[in-house]
Design a protein around this ligand. Structure first.
Ligand code: UD1
Length: 426
């Protein structure tokens, strides 16, 4: 297990390139299961999570090879319908294979992911979506076991049938799973209160490119007319909006001047607004966003919402920024009420944070001080690195395998911006 040694106090400046989005790549990889044949996914980030999804696809019989940042996936050789516990427990997004397997093979056996570092994170809505399409779903020995039986007179490819389903709450993963199953289900499926995160919109666009018929892409109401089969195709993964916004915070927290290149500014609206509220100056030029600090950040209140609201995946990083702001910020997470693992670790670096239910009250301090810290999830780890960049002295962030799950070459990219960051074996 490696640690990241961060020696703080340097103002970051320069340009950083954003990688492809982890949360877009994972459902796209799962979607390749829907159409037997050769798929090409470009700009796939090399992360622990995308490697885990490769292993899931391989466990199902697919052949995967990387060619630079392009991933070639051959799903014509798939034979198994089981996503094993050993893989799913390390990455809950593995559950994305449920819908595609059920749609293509009429059955699936996917391990339940189990808990996560900040709470229960159930998959009940994924299961309800499959049931709405006519599948029978049981839980057996920790596995979701789903099957659908084709009516004897049906010549249609899949055994699933169209339905109308309204999500009681907005769910990125459950929308993706239901959508992937519905594109091969016979008849019309109407999905209400669908997630509209850019990663789901890209998934829908990819499915359309494969031959699916979907109306309302990018809206909360998706109408899907099932087709008997889909064909493999190519796609380029959208830039990672969370990675991009994390580097903007790195600029703000070090009172620096950072340009994030090769991103989609339109996907960064809420994060840019949140940074502007702290006094940072932001300008957009084509596919680049430039942040220039105007000095020590001001306190600003923040509440997470579903897209296009402020993303829960940026809450921890903004809390690091609030820790050195002038004044008191209130940070509320409405998506994950317990997602505050970073708060006690930031406190170890001198931050003044009190958590009450799903609200963190952050009194900004003049300075933070480096300390050995440890995070239990991806974005919390990113927050600790950001705090370390601003702190006096040395911060050792251990358990950085969490960072490897979601940030491609984080240390290298920060060093290119002038940070003093070093990866060290523990
Ligand atoms: C995705 C992202 C994750 C992000 C989250 C919210 C991926 C791989 N991960 O996770 O980085 O933090 O969106 O933007 O894209 N819920 C249920 N039952 C379900 C499913 C979800 O109650 O079956 C709840 C969750 O507990 C949560 C809310 O719905 O409170 C939203 O979660 P969801 O959008 O499903 O998150 P993920 O898709 O797991």
């Amino acid at each position: 297990m490696d640690s990241l040694i961060v020696r703080g106090g340097r103002s970051l400046s320069g340009t950083v390139e954003v990688s492809g989005a982890k949360n877009a790549a994972l459902p796209l990889m799962a979607a390749t299961l829907l159409a037997p044949g050769q798929h090409v996914l470009r700009r796939v980030p090399r992360l622990a999570d995308t490697h885990t999804m490769v292993r899931v696809l391989e466990a199902l019989g697919a052949r995967v090879r990387w060619e630079g940042p392009a991933m070639h996936i051959d799903t014509s050789t798939c034979s198994s319908v089981e996503a094993p516990y050993e893989l799913v427990k390390t990455m809950r997004a593995s559950v994305y294979v449920l819908g595609p397997l059920l749609a293509r093979f009429g059955r699936a056996r996917v391990s339940l992911p189990g808990g996560c570092a900040w709470g229960p994170r159930p998959v009940d809505l994924h299961i309800k979506g499959m049931e709405a399409l006519g599948a029978r779903v049981d839980i057996d020995e920790g596995y979701i076991v789903a099957s659908a039986t084709k009516p004897r007179d049906s010549e249609f490819g899949s055994s699933l049938r169209g339905t109308r389903y309204t999500f009681p709450i907005s769910s990125v993963g459950a929308t993706g799973n239901l959508l992937m199953a519905a594109v091969l289900a016979k008849g019309l499926t109407v999905i209400e209160n669908a997630a509209i995160e850019p990663e789901i919109t890209q998934l829908a666009q990819y499915l359309v490119a494969m031959g699916a018929i979907i109306e309302g892409v990018g809206t909360t109401r998706l109408e899907v007319e099932g087709v008997p089969e889909l064909s493999p195709t190519e796609v380029e993964v959208i830039p990672d909006r969370i990675e991009a916004a994390t580097y903007l915070v790195a600029g703000a927290i070090t009172l620096g001047d950072v340009t994030v290149a090769n991103c989609r500014p339109a996907h960064l609206g809420a994060s840019m607004a949140a940074l502007e509220a702290t006094g940072a100056r932001i300008t957009i030029e084509g596919m680049s966003v430039h942040l220039q600090s105007s000095g020590r950040p001001h306190a600003a209140d923040l509440t997470t919402h579903v897209y296009p609201g402020f993303p829960t995946d940026m809450q921890a990083q903004m809390m690091a920024l609030a820790s050195i702001a002038t004044g008191t910020s209130t940070i509320t997470d409405t998506i994950y009420h317990d997602r505050f693992n970073h708060a006690p670790e930031l406190t170890r670096m001198g931050a003044d944070i009190r958590v009450e239910a799903n609200v963190a009250i952050v009194h900004g301090r003049d300075r933070l001080k480096g300390a050995p810290v440890m995070a239990t999830d991806l974005r919390a780890s990113a927050a600790l690195v950001l705090a370390g960049l601003a702190a006096d002295g040395e911060t050792r962030v251990s358990r950085i395998y969490h960072l490897d799950r979601g940030y491609e070459r984080l240390a290298d990219k920060l060093v290119m911006l002038g940070a003093d960051v070093e990866r060290r074996p523990e």
